[in-house]
Design a protein around this ligand. Structure first.
Ligand SMILES: [Zn+2]
Length: 383
């Protein structure tokens, strides 16, 4: 459990951040506003609504993002996205701080407890299964773009009431690129699979699509794909490129994009960690621009951006500052959530404490399905 002094540290960060957001981004402080109607305020029918979730991963701290001293690293979110957003300053992750298990927990609305470094599906139903089962949607309507082979089972749980055949299609862009380039040297910077344990690289199985089929679906010729990949500087850029193709060609209603470049922090170079944050900042704005420029998405899509978790505090003797996320201290568990799109109050900051598990039931309420087995609560402020 976090000790008293680290709780005080978190309090200090939150206070600073709140005041900063009000001053610098002109945000208003939201109170416990009640939803105005049970059908929401947006005028978008539930069945036409789309949701895009972006995890600002893997693992960024407050002091390099929304705390006053971090804002220079996220200029695009500060200037372009925040004024159009409802922003929640306290999202607490009480689960295991490993990227796959934490992202799976975000996707199930339950703190999953499986081994982070195992090729295992989530135990509780995912948001994709609730969505597809309740609303009778085809598999083409729910997709995940995931950063590493270790995430290949995230689309579908092992739950007996849901599970096989009801999950999302999972694209692993690096796997796709590797198959397309069969070991060519030029792509090494895009193909690094895992920043934490280079030894863990599961064999792929499950519902990830066959390479050729996917390329056809996305209208990607292998030559175009390879040529474009050479212009990209990071795995997350590759993921966003694939996500954009997917939005144009398939236009799924539920799309989950997991960014992961920030986790290069494990290599120990602070400058690379900051580069990852700055790139993620730019990519989040790019995704929003794509949403608002594609007719299938424009004005009917809510975007949720949130980190999977934070990183250790510099002050914590058991941690190693930005480099790792090992202590489970209060800072590494305290993140944020930014929500945009129709029906969302713009330029409002909320201090109420949320849980990471609140995301899934809230998406359910926006799209008209029930996340029956999630332990999270509705985020009423965005409904
Ligand atoms: Zn990590």
């Amino acid at each position: 459990m976090p000790d008293h002094s680290s709780n005080l540290l978190v309090e200090k960060f939150l206070r600073n951040r709140r005041e900063f957001l009000r001053d610098a981004a002109g945000m208003a402080l939201g109170s416990a506003l009640l939803p105005t109607s049970m059908f929401g305020r947006s005028g978008v029918e539930q069945k036409k609504r789309k949701v895009v979730v972006v995890t600002f991963g893997g693992g960024a701290r407050d002091q390099e993002t929304f705390a006053p001293e971090g804002q220079e690293n996220i200029p695009t979110m500060m200037r372009e996205l925040l004024p159009q957003s409802s922003f929640f300053t306290q999202v607490i992750n009480q689960g295991i701080l490993g990227h796959y298990v934490a992202t799976a927990s975000l996707a199930t609305g339950v703190y999953e407890t499986f081994n982070n470094f195992a090729a295992t599906p989530p135990e509780s139903p995912t948001v994709f299964e609730y969505f597809r089962k309740d609303l009778k949607r085809p598999s083409s309507d729910a997709w995940v773009v995931a950063p590493s082979n270790g995430f290949n089972r995230i689309g579908e749980s092992s739950h007996r009431l849901y599970g096989p055949g009801l999950g999302a299609r999972v694209i692993l862009p690096k796997h796709l690129l590797k198959a397309a380039t069969s070991g060519e040297k030029n792509f090494e910077n895009l193909l690094r699979d895992n920043y934490e344990t280079p030894l863990y690289a599961p064999e792929l199985s499950g519902n990830n699509f066959e390479m050729q089929q996917l390329a056809e679906l996305l209208k990607l010729s292998l030559d175009d794909f390879k040529a474009h990949a050479l212009t990209l500087s990071s795995p997350d850029e590759l993921s966003v490129y694939i996500a954009r193709q997917l939005m144009r060609q398939v236009a799924p209603s539920l799309l989950w994009i997991t960014l992961h470049d920030i986790d290069i922090a494990h290599a120990g170079a602070f400058s690379l960690y900051l580069d990852g944050i700055r790139r993620s900042d730019r990519l989040c704005a790019d995704i929003w621009k794509t949403i608002q420029s594609e007719p299938e998405y424009k004005d009917k899509t809510n975007m949720f951006i949130l980190p999977d978790f934070g990183r250790d505090a510099d002050e914590d003797a058991g941690g190693n500052g930005f480099q790792h996320h090992r202590t489970g201290d209060a800072l590494s568990r305290t993140t944020w959530l930014l929500v945009m799109g129709p029906g969302i109050r713009e330029g409002v900051v909320y201090d109420r404490r949320l849980q990471s598990t609140d995301l899934v039931p809230t998406i359910g309420s926006l799209m008209g399905f029930s996340a029956a087995l999630s332990s999270g609560k509705l985020i009423q402020e965005v409904l």
